[in-house]
Design a protein. Structure first.
Length: 494
């Protein structure tokens, strides 16, 4: 009987289930979009029950469509949107509030108070993170302080916290497992990256009860089995991993200096720094990549909050394009952007500036501006922001970056990849299978369960679709970079 690994890939805009065979090939993907809510300016929420139900729907649909029985599932790996914060009552299993999504800026005032109290440097040294509403800690505090009765229930031990991995695990195991892994824990701003434990000082400063926190485990671990109420039989869950770390592993960036960028809703560039954390002085995040086989690997990360989401905005709100793939054709239909610069900071700006109140803007419009120029400038904005991250990584790591592995939906856009290569002066390596996030969780679960023997077996399965070489001359590159730098610094008031 043929066996498979299942990757549950719960992202910001959709839940997906991915079936992967022993050759590392994707047999099928089932996807269901989830709704986002924007109750106030800068606030972003999702329904935790919809997150779970959409994930179960895709899993069952995948198996039914492909006539796969539960006992053919060798192992399950879970990868997830990170930082998104859920609190629920452990007696009823019901969320006390909507999930506060990583993009949400409602806790900016809490961050300002912490910064004004002098805690920013302390938080960076303990967690490797920048003090920002992006991370889970201030979202937790907001719920505890603003939703009636939740703090009292938490003090009585009735409330549980989890990022999306923990929530899905708890639901899938019928409340038997309340765990997270080191990669997700390292994104909460409550995790001591040096001790790999929850930090008591940070919990005290933020007034967060330790009792709500999940137990931290390695990335590869037997986290429990899917409940018999969902599937008959014993289906083990062997991996929890944050989506960007999963993409790093899915690209098999297992050596120091290996680097990838995921072009998803946002763009996230990670570099493997080995078994010691590297701390940045230039706005990069220090994070746990994964822990496997008693070895913990770290990464430095650059965060671009709006990547492919800018194309979604152009499609859904401006109506300039009908589908995302049309952006490639339109961008290539004009020779340049005709002076249009698109600063796509709809959710503030991350690395290296870290400013949460920047507004998006389009400049350089004239009567000769066509929709193709706006689309081209939007795609260029993704590449420019990624270029800034790459430059910062070279500065902090002291490693010259010559190639960048790419994945995520927008990496299929040839114009974007060509421009990224030219403006960054690096080779862009696009794999045949660009579903690196789903593959990473599957690879980790498969290694833990001995579905695959070792990393070397997996490396033999990887194939490259195309390598984009830089074609932009140095004068043009310098001119374009200077134009961009002036525009974004003006936008953030620098």
């Amino acid at each position: 009987m043929t066996k498979y690994i299942i990757s549950l890939d719960q992202g910001t805009t959709s839940s997906r289930s991915v079936i992967i065979n022993h050759r590392g090939e994707i047999v099928d993907i089932n996807q269901k979009e989830i709704k986002q809510y924007y109750p106030k300016n800068g606030w972003v929420e999702e329904d935790p029950l919809e997150i779970y139900e959409s994930q179960i729907y895709t899993l069952k649909s995948c198996l039914i469509k492909n006539n796969i029985l539960p006992d053919q599932i060798y192992s399950v790996g879970i990868t997830n949107q990170r930082e998104t914060t859920i609190l629920w009552n452990k007696k009823t299993g019901k969320p006390v509030y909507n999930a506060i999504v990583w993009q949400c800026k409602r806790s900016s005032n809490i961050c300002d108070e912490l910064r004004n109290s002098g805690y920013a440097d302390m938080i960076h040294k303990i967690t490797g993170l920048i003090l920002d509403p992006y991370f889970s800690a201030t979202k937790i505090k907001w719920i505890l302080d603003n939703i009636d009765g939740v703090r009292d229930e938490a003090e009585e031990g009735n409330i549980l916290f989890g990022t999306v991995d923990t929530w899905l695990l708890w639901m899938l195991t019928d409340g038997q497992s309340h765990y997270t892994d080191v990669s997700n824990a390292s994104r909460t701003m409550l995790f001591n990256i040096n001790t790999k434990k929850w930090d008591d000082d940070l919990l005290d400063i933020l007034d967060i009860p330790r009792t709500i926190l999940p137990e931290i485990k390695p990335t590869a671990y037997h986290f429990g089995n899917i409940s018999n109420s969902i599937f008959e039989g014993s289906i083990p869950i062997h991996c929890l991993i944050g989506d960007q770390q999963s993409a790093l592993f899915g690209q098999l960036c297992t050596d120091i200096g290996d680097i990838k960028n995921t072009y998803g809703t946002g763009c996230f560039t990670l570099m493997n720094t080995g078994e010691k954390p590297v701390f940045s002085n230039n706005g990069l995040l220090t994070t746990v990549a994964w822990e496997y086989d008693n070895r913990c690997y770290y990464a430095i990360e650059g965060s671009v909050f709006v990547g492919g989401a800018v194309i979604q905005w152009i499609r859904d709100e401006l109506g300039i394009i009908k589908n995302a793939s049309e952006s490639n054709t339109l961008a290539k239909s004009v020779q340049d952007n005709n002076g249009v610069i698109f600063i796509s900071t709809f959710q503030g700006v991350g690395t290296p500036y870290w400013c949460s109140n920047v507004k998006a803007q389009i400049s350089g419009l004239s009567r000769s501006t066509k929709k193709a120029h706006i689309v081209r400038a939007a795609l260029e904005s993704i590449a420019f922001r990624t270029m800034e991250v790459i430059n910062t990584m070279e500065l902090d790591s002291e490693i010259k970056i010559s190639s960048l592995k790419v994945d995520g939906g927008a990496c299929r856009n040839d114009f974007l990849m060509e421009f990224q290569s030219g403006i960054s002066n690096v080779d862009i390596v696009r794999p045949t299978n660009t579903e690196s996030t789903a593959l990473g969780a599957a690879y980790m679960a498969g290694l833990y369960s001995k579905f695959w023997k070792d990393i070397y077996e997996l490396k033999h399965l990887k194939k490259t679709d195309r390598t984009f070489k830089p074609s932009m001359d140095s004068k043009t590159r310098e001119k374009r970079v200077n134009e961009w730098s002036k525009a974004i610094k003006k936008a953030i008031g620098d």
